[in-house]
Design a protein around this ligand. Structure first.
Ligand code: MG
Length: 396
């Protein structure tokens, strides 16, 4: 029987690879709904190919352009077109699918994920910000959640159904990003185009910059804490430049299980989509030749050069209010860096300043959805204001 899927973030890096898997297994999956942002042409093409019953876009003002593109790419489409946050939420809880796949970036992923879970659906998610901002809200429904993030998919495979008490450490691997071997002085001169070149993975801009600062690993530490119910002391980040070991688990009896594979997101995506069944990889050229591995490098992260990891542990121990602040601050700092308004080294400084300012406030440790949005707004505003003098100095 075909599984009906609502795919949120269909035109992004995760979304297009989910559709690769769907295309590869005809009859097994049906695309019931697609939610996209501003890539109207790709959404129109996907609509023509996969025939969803409804689609959603971010902005109402894009509707006329979308209708024109649908006339070209999907003339037979007669379904509903939804708009904005309400559109994504409606798709997430709609009865057209029992499975929701979340490939959205940022805090935007939290609310539709909660809507899908409240509606009793299964959720496959690549959106780490869901856990970073609202891990405590998702926690009661974890038995219906499978992670797509490659490290967490790896841990999911190593853990099977072992109880938390069997786990000694989570071993969370990190490529180290493009600046792994840079000195602190070299890092002062890093440019945007250097930061956008990830050595092993091709991903969206936000996550690529987060990988360069290693904030991505920090966010994944918090994600692992909520997904697997382990304390922050039990999560060890391991820098592994080859990206062949995707993460692992050390159990209390001393046994260590690691999951390996080629660095290709269709692996974890298909694993989650067909779980508990394993099927051949949709791209047979993507293959890890175990016998060709002459050497694997593993080392602890340098928290001096990559302070974002330390900040994530600090925020995580403070609670969900602090991690929501850290996340909002990071989204804004990365945006300012992508707009070339701030330098690379300003990113961790702005995050630390936001976290320190937040410590002075008294905020709930288990914030509601509206609290989370308020903390996110506060953190973004704080970073923008703090960045102003930096911007003035570098341009004047
Ligand atoms: Mg990851």
């Amino acid at each position: 029987m075909s599984q009906h899927i609502a795919l949120l973030g269909s035109t992004g890096s995760i979304g297009t690879q989910v559709l690769d898997v769907v295309r590869h297994w005809p009859g097994r999956f049906t695309i019931a709904a697609l939610g996209a942002g501003k890539n109207l042409e790709r959404l129109a093409q996907q609509t023509g190919e996969f025939h969803p019953r409804c689609i959603a876009i971010q902005q109402e003002s894009d509707l006329p352009a979308l209708r024109e593109l649908l006339n070209v790419h999907a003339p037979a489409f007669s379904g509903e077109i939804l708009v904005g946050k309400a559109g994504l939420n409606a798709i997430a809880e709609s009865s057209v699918s029992a499975l929701v796949i979340v490939g959205l970036v940022g805090l935007a992923g939290l609310e539709p994920t909660l809507k899908a879970l409240y509606a009793g659906k299964r959720v496959l998610t690549a959106n780490k910000e869901t856990f970073v901002t609202g891990g405590h809200l998702v926690q009661p429904y974890l038995d219906r959640v499978i992670p797509i993030d490659s490290e967490h998919a790896a841990i999911h495979q190593c853990l099977k159904n072992e109880p938390v008490k069997a786990v000694k450490h989570i071993l969370l691997t990190a490529s180290g990003g493009p600046f792994r071997t840079f000195s602190a002085a070299d890092m002062q001169k890093v440019t945007l185009s250097q930061a956008l070149k990830h050595p092993n993975w091709v991903m969206g801009h936000k996550i690529t910059i987060d990988s360069a600062t290693m904030m991505n690993k920090g966010l994944e530490v918090i994600e692992a804490h909520w997904l697997f119910g382990v304390s922050y002391d039990q999560i060890q980040v391991v820098v592994h430049p080859e990206s062949m070991i995707h993460s692992g688990v050390e159990f209390v009896d001393g046994s260590i299980l690691l999951q390996m594979g080629a660095p290709d997101m269709r692996g974890p995506i298909q694993y989650a989509m067909t779980y508990p069944e394993r099927l051949p990889n949709p791209e047979p050229k993507v293959h890890l030749d175990f016998l060709s591995l002459s050497r694997l490098n593993l080392e602890p992260p340098d928290l001096e050069r990559f302070p974002c990891i330390r900040l994530a542990y600090e925020a995580g121990r403070l609670g969900s209010g602090a991690t929501a602040v850290l996340n909002g601050a990071d989204e804004m700092a990365v945006q300012l860096f992508l707009e070339e308004q701030i330098d690379y080294c300003a990113i961790p400084k702005l995050l630390e300043a936001a976290l320190n300012a937040h410590r002075q406030e008294s905020t709930p440790s288990a914030p509601s959805l509206s609290d989370i949005h308020a903390l996110d707004d506060w953190a973004r505003r704080f970073v923008r204001e703090q960045a102003n003098p930096l911007t003035a100095r570098s341009t004047g």
